[in-house]
Design a protein. Structure first.
Ligand code: SF4
Length: 589
């Protein structure tokens, strides 16, 4: 819905921070339904960070509340002359003055809006000061720490003077067959617990923080701004992983209706990093851990809270700091530039300080606040070689040298540099193995296109239904209800999983068409040399590995029926998917 509406309503070459850009908050069929998976909403817009299609998913309770208030989606056009928020309440949507909360962080904003409307059940999606100051790596936060983190969408809200959307609904989401849905939920949970007992228990105990040390050892986590091998250069990865994270927990957190809550609240009682925060995810622990050689977990807990409160994407922020450290150590910037902050790998104090500066867009933080591509263009002196990004978006914490399919997703997804749209490896991981295990490295791209395209389509289905990827991966278990079963019970439809995957294919094409119309093609995007092993690492599990990523991209395009040179889905395919109007646009008829 988001891709279709933005494609149809927005002209090509729209300025991302101009009033013509549109920001949408979309839910899915299963959002808020108590299917075991339906917690999410997705924010959509033209990305200010990359200039491409942008979207980002978040869990929490906001999506469910929006639907209970009677709205499947909300799209904002134009621009307000003063700070505002949208108050959505039982079928009504009203623009309200936000001048009292402009400048506040997201926790203060949430608390204010709950108080303002006299109801603690009000759910809020908001930006912090980073989004207000148009940081291109700013995000949208709900429930104080659930982030629609990628694509820089917080800056679109900031450009519209839109501080927040607050929702409260007392309505019930209509379900075609409620008993059936509850029966499917029970079957899903019973089977998942039985067949994946270890995964289920482990994930509930640690969340993704439980994978941090394992992914460091395996080589998945990039290290020292993608120049090191975490197993050798970051030997204390366990200090920022699993038990060493959850020992700070004061309580559990789970998104709406989730049967395997993976989140938590943490507290550092005293010392320089004292804070009360949300438990960080793997991406944050790796971006401020192995990537910076920082094994101070208390500092990372505080950094996570700073990023959440100010509304910064933690992947991009950690990457921007890694870039700055490398520039500093190579003499491209000095203490004079950083405001006397001494940058060094593993220096927790300076990493915290620089995070604060980025969040406030102060001093040298202003140079980093738009991501590494912009920072490199400001610093010059060849600093681009330390800027790890695709099309301006910093890379996630998964190394294509271990899993080349991630690399192809970084290049080919309509939101470049994105890790949640193409995990072929998850098929391997969950197809019988028990966590923690790791699939064999498969470097031969031959014949992998179909698998990559199928996983991309599956992930589009997951995101568009409004479900979370972690439990939905358990649908791969034999006998478990499929996403189609849940969607059918909710809607009364009678779709097969194959038909649902065609919807995923259509979504992939719709998002891609947005980019093609903007003039982007796959060959415009390139992975930084260090992400594909040029030159290869000298040590660690990925020693000597170079990935010919172009082969993987070609395989994907062949299977998806996209032209490698132009990125256009074929006319035949667009027509088959019911997108004849899009075919007419792309083929100029
Ligand atoms: Fe939220 Fe975690 Fe449950 Fe996903 S698995 S819905 S992120 S609590």
């Amino acid at each position: 819905m988001g891709a279709r509406i933005l494609y149809s309503s927005m002209k090509p070459e729209t300025e991302p921070l101009g009033p013509e850009n549109i920001i949408g908050f979309t839910t899915g069929i299963l959002t808020g339904t108590f299917s075991p998976l339906g917690s999410s909403f997705t924010a959509v817009g033209k990305s200010p960070l990359t200039g491409t299609w942008g979207d980002s998913r978040a869990g929490g309770y906001f999506g469910a509340e929006l639907k209970c208030a009677g709205f499947d989606a909300i799209f904002f056009y134009g621009r307000s002359s003063k700070p505002v928020y949208l108050w959505v309440n039982d079928g009504k949507a009203e623009i309200e003055d936000a001048s009292g909360i402009w400048g506040k962080d997201v926790v203060e904003t949430e608390n204010f809006l709950k108080g303002q409307h006299g109801d603690n059940r009000v759910q809020v999606a908001s930006i912090g000061p980073a989004g207000e100051r148009l940081s291109l790596i700013s995000c949208i936060i709900t429930d104080r720490g659930r982030a629609a983190g990628r694509s820089g969408l917080g800056a679109i809200m900031g450009s519209k003077n839109l501080k927040a959307v607050a929702a409260r609904g007392t309505g019930k989401i209509p379900i075609a067959n409620h008993d059936k849905l509850m029966d499917l939920r029970k079957r899903f949970i019973d089977l998942a617990k039985e067949e994946r007992e270890f995964y289920w228990e482990y994930f509930m105990k640690y969340g993704t923080s439980g994978a941090t040390a394992m992914l460091s050892t395996s080589g998945d986590s990039p290290c020292r701004n993608w120049t090191g091998a975490a197993s050798i250069d970051f030997p204390n990865a366990e200090k920022v992983s699993d038990d060493n994270v959850i020992k700070y927990m004061t309580g559990k957190y789970g998104c709406h209706g989730c049967p395997m809550p993976c989140g938590g609240y943490v507290k550092v009682e005293s010392g320089p990093y004292a804070c009360e925060a949300m438990k960080p995810q793997y991406e944050t622990l790796a971006a401020f851990g192995a990537l910076l050689l920082n094994d101070n977990v208390e500092a990372i807990l505080l950094i996570n809270e700073i990023c959440n409160r100010y509304g910064l994407d933690t992947i991009s922020t950690g990457s921007a700091i890694a870039f700055a450290i490398e520039c500093y150590l190579n003499g491209l910037i000095t203490k004079e530039d950083t405001g006397e902050v001494e940058l060094a790998w593993g220096n927790a104090d300076s990493i915290v300080e620089l995070t604060r500066m980025v969040a406030r867009r102060e001093g040298f933080g202003a140079v980093l606040a738009d991501g590494v591509r912009v920072a490199a263009s400001k610093i010059g002196k060849g600093s681009e070689r330390f800027a790890v990004h695709v099309a301006g978006q910093e890379l996630p914490m998964h190394d294509p040298k271990l899993t080349p399919t991630f690399g192809s997703a970084y290049l080919l997804d309509a939101t470049p540099g994105r890790h949640t749209q193409g995990f072929e490896m998850y098929l391997d991981t969950l197809s019988g193995a028990k966590m923690p295990s790791f699939p064999e490295i498969k470097y031969d791209s031959t014949g992998k296109g179909d698998g990559m395209a199928s996983m991309a389509h599956f992930n589009h289905v997951v995101n568009s239904l409004g479900v979370c990827q972690f439990p939905s991966n358990l649908c791969a278990i034999q006998g478990t209800p499929s996403l189609a079963d849940f969607a059918n019970a909710a809607t009364g439809w009678n779709m097969t999983m194959e038909e649902l995957l065609v919807c995923g294919e259509r979504i992939a094409c719709m998002r891609q068409a947005f980019n093609v119309r903007e003039g982007f093609k796959p060959t415009d995007f390139r992975l930084p040399d260090r992400a594909i092993g040029k030159p290869p690492l000298a040590s660690g599990p990925l020693k000597g590995v170079t990935v010919e990523i172009g082969n993987w991209v070609r395989e994907y395009c062949r299977s998806a029926d996209w032209d490698y040179g132009t990125g256009k889905p074929s006319e035949r395919k667009l027509t088959r998917l019911g997108l004849a109007d899009v075919a007419n646009d792309l083929y100029e008829k």
